[in-house]
Write a protein that binds this ligand. Structure first.
Ligand code: URA
Length: 412
């Protein structure tokens, strides 16, 4: 296999054979293909796309790059994955909730990608929380408490682990083929019975229009069904952030509120909409599991099993306290017409919640909370949100972006 030729052929729009894609992924995981060639390849795929046969072959090659889960106990195995959004902390609530409903939830997630946040980065704002589990530990935990939340490892989806962080910093995320292979390789390696996909569209998502999101949903559902998994896709607008927080620790705090039966309505609704598709119990049962403390108790078990302390959860705001925390006052009175998720996501990344290079860490403290929602009335001077920043210049940058992101229709 001559990698420069493969890259050139993809650049010129040719369809590659399954064995060529398998060879490329195998070589990449063995460190025989450097990141610069893989990023050129990803950019060629971004511009040229892939045929359904190529997408299926790429997904399979990425699954085969590592181990798969096996589930001995016969309970239904279910999971959810999002194509990525702003303030999207749904997984943190859904995984323990669906486990409470009697499913096994072996959730393999990613880190922040582009302007969208990642479940792993959020979980790591809980001190001690370990997302690097090996298959043995993950299997034992699953049998014990029914839920595990972890990242790709060198043994489990190693190809996605590498390619995902490369795409994050090379402008090659919003490709139907690459997103499909990334998400479906993680999910199919989990050996699921049921999967629900939260496919986002809008300014805060990789797919801008509902039509593009439908194409992505169809692509993922086709791969899932071909591989024997009951796969559902739900399209969700990502025109404003989910909930009222954006940023790693701030989002965990809000997810915990939702796990306690509270939290913002839009977050709870989306958790229930997605859980309903896979949990095998009614919406009313799921609501009860949130309201009676069951889901919260399961989350505590999850945190403890993975090295964190449940007692730290109510303290996260103090553990991760940014030096500059200030309100952004509304410039005029009126009704909030729009809170642009894309701009808020960009601002969050610039505050330090996301990455600029593969090797960067994220700042768990920074971001936004108390964000206004579309349809709310504000008086002049009321807070549009609170910014959590590291320094004054960052605050000023984020404030300017919030004022651009929040549109207020004035009363006459
Ligand atoms: N989430 C993933 O896991 N992969 C992608 O490529 C996009 C969102």
């Amino acid at each position: 296999m001559h990698v420069p030729t493969l890259i050139s052929r993809k650049r010129d729009g040719e369809e590659l054979a399954g064995r060529e894609l398998t060879g490329l992924i195998e070589a990449y995981v063995r460190d025989e293909v450097p990141d610069y060639q893989m990023s050129a390849f990803a950019m060629a795929v971004y511009f040229r796309g892939m045929t359904p046969a190529e997408v299926a072959a790429l997904t399979r090659a990425m699954i085969d790059s590592g181990d798969r889960f096996s589930h001995p106990d016969g309970l239904p195995v279910a999971d959810k994955h999002s194509t990525g959004g702003i303030g999207d902390k749904v997984s943190l609530v859904l995984a323990p909730l669906v486990a409470c409903a009697g499913c096994r939830v072996p959730m393999v997630s990613g880190r922040g990608l582009g302007i969208t946040g990642g479940t792993l980065d959020k979980l790591e704002s809980i001190p001690g929380f370990n997302v690097r589990l090996d298959s043995g530990a993950a299997g034992a935990q699953l049998a014990d408490i029914g839920v595990v939340m972890m990242g790709q490892t060198d043994r489990f989806c190693p190809a996605d682990k590498r390619l995902y962080s490369l795409r994050d910093v090379t402008g090659t995320v919003p490709s139907v083929a690459l997103i499909t292979a990334s998400i479906m390789s993680k999910k199919l390696a989990e050996s699921l019975d049921r999967l629900v996909l939260d496919v986002k569209f809008g300014t805060g998502a990789f797919m801008r229009s509902r039509k593009e999101a439908q194409v992505l949903a169809d692509s993922m559902v086709a791969v899932g069904r071909e591989m024997g998994v009951e796969t559902h896709a739900v399209l969700n607008a990502m025109s404003e952030p989910t909930g009222r927080t954006v940023g790693n620790a701030l989002e965990v705090i809000e997810a915990v509120e939702c796990l306690e039966g509270g939290g913002p309505g839009d977050l709870r609704d989306i958790v229930l909409d997605l859980s309903e598709k896979i949990a095998g119990v009614s919406r009313a049962d799921l609501e009860r599991l949130l309201d009676d403390g069951s889901a919260r108790a399961r989350f505590d078990k999850l945190v403890a099993a993975q090295g964190g302390k449940p007692e730290d959860l109510p303290l996260l705001g103090e553990i991760h306290r940014a030096p500059e925390i200030r309100d952004v006052p509304a410039p005029t009175a009126g009704v909030v017409e729009k809170v642009d998720a894309g701009l808020i996501g960009q601002a969050a990344v610039q505050l330090g919640a996301g990455r600029a290079r593969m090797t960067d860490g994220v700042d768990h403290a920074v971001g936004f909370d108390q964000l206004v929602k579309t349809g709310e009335h504000v008086h002049a001077g009321d807070p549009l949100c609170r910014i959590h920043a590291n320094q004054r210049v960052d605050y000023d940058m984020a404030e300017a972006m919030v004022l651009k992101a929040v549109h207020i229709r004035t009363h006459h």
